[in-house]
Design a binder for this molecule. Structure first.
Ligand SMILES: [Zn+2]
Length: 87
């Protein structure tokens, strides 16, 4: 069975298969995440989140391939969460 590919709806980048840290809220859940630093969704996130919440955070587009549920993945820096990439 060939694995399905996902492309970011915001920038068209092929999304990376990614496993959430075991000690996070998602407890090892597999997701596909857009890790492009050029992604407009991620770039807009910095200003948006700073206005709303203060601290320096942004988010990347992610989708759960099991449920099809799309959700923002919060990141505190460009490298944050990258160690979870598994493809
Ligand atoms: Zn993107």
């Amino acid at each position: 069975m060939s694995e399905q590919e996902y492309f970011c709806p915001h920038c068209g980048t092929k999304m990376n298969k990614w496993q959430a840290p075991l000690d996070s809220d998602w407890c090892g859940e597999i997701k596909f995440v857009c890790f492009s630093d050029e992604c407009p969704y991620y770039q807009r996130g910095w200003a948006f989140m700073e206005e709303k919440y203060g601290p320096k955070v942004s988010y990347r587009h992610s989708i759960n391939p099991q449920s099809g549920h799309e959700a923002p993945l919060l990141v505190a820096s460009a490298d944050h969460m990258r160690p979870g990439i598994i493809d």
